[in-house]
Design a protein around this ligand. Structure first.
Ligand SMILES: Nc1ncnc2c1ncn2[C@@H]1O[C@H](COP(=O)(O)OP(=O)(O)OP(=O)(O)O)[C@@H](O)[C@H]1O
Length: 222
């Protein structure tokens, strides 16, 4: 019998290569253990967001790519995007403005959590975990930058992602808030034991996230 797949798999980028119009944009190998954050750094235009788009499954057709992004034994790049289980966080929280914060969370909650009371309890517990207890009925337009990002984190994690991809998620935040929200990200990723990739320009983010850094951009400079 083959060995059982690990419950908390690593993410392995195996010779991932992306090209644009015949020009090689990046070429990377990396291992992200469960619960760890890999920080991706590099100059503007080096392909950091494109790498996340490839893994999540929304790479613009202008690019071509090869290699594998293995979550355990599964190559995510060969799986349909809707089965990859990637949770995404961008600079903008992207909450639906016509729904309350709580409704935004319920939208993401899988149907396996059934029953109105159980769903509400799951949303409330997640809000409390990101220090937004009591925010269920709030209009997203009334949230501060830090509150919005914490609500976005709550929504994304409620969907039970198998990996987390964050594209400059702290950019709109001042220095103190940046520290708070990134500490929350690091602890939630560790708690969930999922691998995460964080795109950032700030070396302090990399340090706070454990110092595991993938630098890209050398290819473009060649
Ligand atoms: N849809 C597209 N079609 C053609 N070229 C694109 C497209 N999207 C991005 N690019 C180009 O691909 C390169 C990589 O872009 P990408 O957004 O991944 O860089 P980045 O490292 O995330 O940059 P930044 O730090 O400025 O966000 C850039 O040169 C960009 O101009």
């Amino acid at each position: 019998m083959p060995p059982a797949a690990p419950m908390f798999p690593s993410l392995r980028l195996d010779r991932v290569s992306i090209a644009l119009g015949g020009r090689r944009l990046l070429d990377v190998d990396a291992l992200v253990p469960p619960g760890a954050v890999l920080t991706v750094m590099g100059p503007s235009g080096s392909g950091k967001s494109t790498l996340l788009a490839l893994i999540a499954g929304f790479l613009d057709p202008a690019f071509s790519a090869s290699g594998a992004a293995r979550l355990g034994d599964e190559d995510l790049l060969a799986s349909p995007p809707e089965r990859r289980g990637a949770g995404l966080i961008f600079q903008d929280p992207l909450l639906f403005p016509h729904m309350s914060v709580g409704q935004n969370l319920l939208f993401a909650l899988p149907p396996t959590v059934s029953g109105r009371a159980a769903r509400r309890a799951a949303a409330d517990a997640m809000l409390a975990r990101v220090d937004l207890a009591g925010f269920f009925d709030r209009d997203p337009a009334t949230l501060s930058g830090g509150q919005g990002q914490r609500a976005a984190l709550a929504r994304t994690l409620l969907a039970e992602p198998r990996l987390l991809l964050l594209d400059e998620p702290f950019n709109g935040l001042d220095q103190a808030l940046r520290g708070t929200v990134r500490a929350l990200v690091v602890s939630l990723v560790a708690e969930r034991r999922i691998p995460a990739i964080l795109v950032t320009h700030d070396p302090a983010d990399a340090e706070a996230a454990g110092g595991r850094v993938l630098s890209i951009g050398a290819e473009a400079a060649r």
